[in-house]
Design a protein around this ligand. Structure first.
Ligand code: HEM
Length: 203
């Protein structure tokens, strides 16, 4: 009853980042687990949010614009299901055409992939999909962001400069990522919660 399930996930994330050759950082422990697990109460930003809508979700938790652009850099690994971005591939916002901010070659590739059954997935970083690096930022600058929120980061005036900074300086991204992960990992609701005995259920 000392190490929480939240701590275990935080530590596993830290190790996953290192295994993908990303930055190493010292994760704090001491987070408590929630006493409610209700999907109806989950309130996350969506993949088609604008930068300012997404920012509201982050600032509500005390995170900054720089933190948000940094943490979205985690989309340098992993996948998204087509249902989270296929609105961009045809008839985008009722225009009858794909999202003009997506490279037409990527539109074609993703359309083919997404034609398969059971909601297929696509790599979020189309170039170095398995490496935790700063390539995500280069890709969005090349109009090769998969989800709308990813692409918006390179288009919105408030974030374009941060994106270019990380695209040209991997070391700066690594440092910023470590700092932002530590900050996100220490958001705490006082002494609320508990240390679960079984991670699947509250005590
Ligand atoms: C505005 C904020 C964010 C939005 C809208 C967003 C949205 C999404 C969506 C829709 C997916 C695809 C899920 C699926 O198809 O199963 C995804 C995947 C992912 N996200 Fe985010 N995300 C956000 C922020 C973050 C942050 C802060 C992190 C971590 C620091 C993160 C890390 C990841 C990773 C690693 C994946 C790949 C998961 C996998 O391969 O299964 N995202 N995100």
């Amino acid at each position: 009853s000392t190490v929480s399930c939240a701590d275990i996930i935080t530590l596993a994330t830290r190790d996953a980042v290192v295994l993908a050759e990303g930055p190493s950082y010292k994760s704090p422990t001491g987070q408590r687990d929630g006493v409610v697990s209700n999907p109806n109460e989950v309130n996350l930003p969506g993949p088609s949010f604008s930068v300012s809508q997404a920012l509201q979700a982050f600032t509500a938790k005390g995170m900054t614009l720089n933190d948000m652009v940094t943490l979205l850099g985690a989309h340098t690994v992993g996948v998204a299901h087509c249902s989270f971005f296929d609105d961009r591939l045809s008839n985008f916002q009722g225009t009858g055409s794909p999202d003009p901010s997506m490279d037409p070659a990527l539109v074609t590739k993703l359309k083919n992939m997404c034609a398969g059954p059971n909601d297929p997935t696509a790599f979020l970083d189309q170039k170095t999909s398995f490496a935790f690096d700063n390539e995500y930022y280069n890709q969005v600058n090349l109009k090769r962001g998969v989800m709308q929120i990813d692409q918006e980061l390179s288009l919105d005036k408030s974030t374009a400069g941060i994106v270019s900074g990380f695209a040209s300086n991997g070391g700066r991204f690594s440092q910023s990522f470590a700092t932002a992960m530590l900050k996100m990992g220490s958001l705490q609701d006082g002494n609320a919660g508990e240390i679960r005995k079984n991670c699947r259920v509250f005590n």
